[in-house]
Write a protein that binds this ligand. Structure first.
Ligand code: PGA
Length: 250
């Protein structure tokens, strides 16, 4: 079973258009011949037109950090899937822990957004992960299974091929504390087993499960070298072309 890894940059609320353009101009030549893995950038919505234009014709895909589940409507401050598609974005993050924590995103909302993304042919990267208290209480498996089950409500095996999952233990995001490769692999096995229970073992065997949470150039090889880890979602270490390139080329 070979799953092409996806190495993705989550820029969060960083960079101006000029800074984003400078990143892409420096980054593309560094990864131009890299075919082993897929690469994607997830900038803020206001940067998307600049980044999409700068990445046009390259091996780097561009997506949104969040979309609304509604196709359009009176949702001040939100971005629609049609808007993302119209400017040439191809991917979206869904349910990042910062969205769950600060913007009250629930598994139910994640599920609605997943349906919207799939309906419109946008590659969804569904983020899940336990908080520290859940890990310490021995509830990691239970939390991950619930998040997967609720995110996937109404999703059939036929619909599931584009879906990517990002396992991001919340206690590892932006903290410099990384899950060990063993912890990440254990979590990925739990997630893949849950996908198999819901959608069958074929779908589960093909689904990419990324790891995210303080991935850096110096731990990328240990994490991405694991067969069960199908890529990375990188925050802080994706903001500089050199550092993100080292992770892409782990
Ligand atoms: P981090 O962020 O790499 O800065 O921990 C990862 C993420 O939030 O996706």
């Amino acid at each position: 079973m070979s799953r092409k890894k996806l190495i993705a940059a989550n820029w969060k609320m960083y960079k101006t258009p000029a800074e984003a353009k400078a990143f892409v101009d420096a980054f593309l030549p560094l990864v131009a011949s890299h075919t082993r893995d897929e690469i994607a950038l997830f900038p803020s919505p206001v940067l998307l037109p600049t980044v999409v234009a700068a990445c046009k014709g390259s091996n780097v895909a561009v997506g949104c950090q969040n979309i609304h589940f509604a196709e359009e409507g009176a949702y001040t401050g939100e971005t629609s899937i049609g808007q993302l598609k119209a400017i040439g974005g191809t991917h979206t993050l869904i349910g990042h822990s910062e969205r769950r924590q600060y913007f009250a995103e629930t598994d139910e909302i994640v599920n609605k957004k997943l349906h919207t993304a799939l309906k419109h042919g946008i590659v969804p990267v569904v983020c899940i992960g336990e908080v520290l208290a859940e890990r310490e209480a021995g509830k990691t498996a239970e939390v991950l299974k619930t998040q997967v089950t609720e995110a996937f409500a109404g999703i059939t095996a036929e619909m599931a091929a584009p879906i990517v999952i990002a396992y991001e233990p919340v206690w590892a995001i932006g903290t410099g504390k990384t899950a060990t490769p063993e912890m990440a692999v254990d979590a990925h096995k739990i997630i893949r087993a849950e996908v198999a229970r819901l959608l069958g073992s074929d779908v589960a065997a093909k689904m990419r499960i990324l790891y995210g949470g303080s991935v850096k150039p110096d731990n990328a090889t240990a994490l991405l070298g694991q067969e069960d880890i199908d890529g990375a979602l990188v925050g802080g270490a994706s903001l500089k072309p050199d550092s993100f390139t080292s992770i892409v080329k782990y």
